[in-house]
Design a protein around this ligand. Structure first.
Ligand code: MTE
Length: 315
């Protein structure tokens, strides 16, 4: 990413100067937005912010066996540039965001393009808990018990056309609700994409919760992508659109810095980021750095998706 850095790199080396300077502008703009939102908040909206347990969540055999990080780690140390560029900003600035009502636009190469209310959209699918490692491209990691549904089940129900080779996801574009979008740190809205076989892989999920509860705003409420063998930036938050296409989508980080971020973004300790090593990572809550595993430890399940692909070129 642009702003944060692995602990061993001086701040000045990581942050392009223009963006560093814009941070001041962001803080001012975000503060003004928060005040505006506070005035506009209705009682129904206030209620929408509470923590709520999700019913009927079954455990998945695809979970990692490692101990999860604390709830505070997972919900207090986030990247969500729509709410600010520091790790504490999303929690601080997203509290008044109201992720309901919410609908998903499904279009492109699909049987029936439609705009579907999120609750209707997800109703057919039983909720599962998936404990996954999350490895950020900035070389920190966490273990998070997500609650979600297999993306493959959702896609099958949507019936993409045989010519669809990729799925593109888009985050909400609304600077009045996401104050970070007033600052051009990225091209808004945030966009991500997967190859169809990656999207259909059993490990890929659409998450609607964590720790058995609904997704906090800072983690991407009401629905976000989780693809555990890829760097965290593939896990696009607050999704409003799913588009099937025959062209490889241009994801936000690749658009922003093509030399540094690619389309695949598979966790790979052998391919360094141009400005830092990807060989090790700092697990939140731990002192000693860990070795980063190929495909974030999911090589056995996903390596075959990339046989014949040069992972140095396709980073
Ligand atoms: N999605 C949107 N819309 N905007 C973002 O800035 N940041 C990404 C990803 N999804 C981001 C996003 C990055 S860089 C990471 S590491 C993960 O969200 C972090 O997810 P978490 O906050 O749930 O840990």
């Amino acid at each position: 990413m642009l702003i944060r850095k692995p602990a061993d790199i001086p701040y000045s080396e990581v942050t392009p100067k223009a963006l560093y300077l814009r941070r001041r502008e962001f803080i001012q703009t975000a503060a003004a937005g928060a005040i505006g939102a506070a005035v506009a908040l209705s009682p129904r909206e206030s209620r929408a912010q509470g923590r709520a347990k999700l019913p009927n969540v079954r455990k998945s055999s695809l979970s990692a066996t490692e101990a999860p990080n604390s709830y505070d780690d997972a919900t207090g140390y986030n990247n969500f540039y729509e709410f600010g560029t520091d790790k504490g900003d999303p929690k601080a600035n997203a509290q008044r965001f109201v992720p309901r009502p919410w609908s998903i636009r499904v279009d492109g190469l699909v049987k029936t393009p439609a705009t579907i209310d999120l609750d209707t959209f997800l109703k057919p699918f039983p909720l599962e808990e998936r404990i996954y490692r999350l490895r950020c491209v900035e070389a920190w990691s966490m273990v998070i018990p997500w609650v979600g549904v297999p993306l493959a089940d959702v896609i099958k129900k949507l019936e993409p056309q045989p010519s669809a080779k990729f799925v593109e996801f888009t985050t909400l574009l609304d600077a009045s609700r996401m104050p970070g979008q007033r600052v051009p740190v990225l091209q808004w809205p945030y966009v991500e994409g997967l190859r169809m076989d990656e999207a259909m892989h059993p490990l890929s999920i659409l998450a609607v919760g964590l720790y058995g509860e609904t997704l906090p705003n800072q983690n991407g409420a009401p629905v976000r992508l989780v693809v555990p063998w890829k760097y965290g930036f593939k896990g696009i938050k607050s999704i409003v659109r799913i588009r099937f296409t025959d062209q490889q989508p241009r994801n936000s980080w690749q658009v922003s810095q093509p030399r540094e971020y690619g389309f695949y973004a598979n966790v790979n300790p052998e391919v360094d980021h141009p400005r830092w090593s990807q060989a090790t990572e700092r697990r939140l809550g731990e002192f000693r750095r860990r070795k980063t595993e190929m495909f974030n430890g999911y090589a056995q399940q996903v390596a075959s998706l990339y046989s014949g692909l040069d992972l140095r070129k396709n980073y």
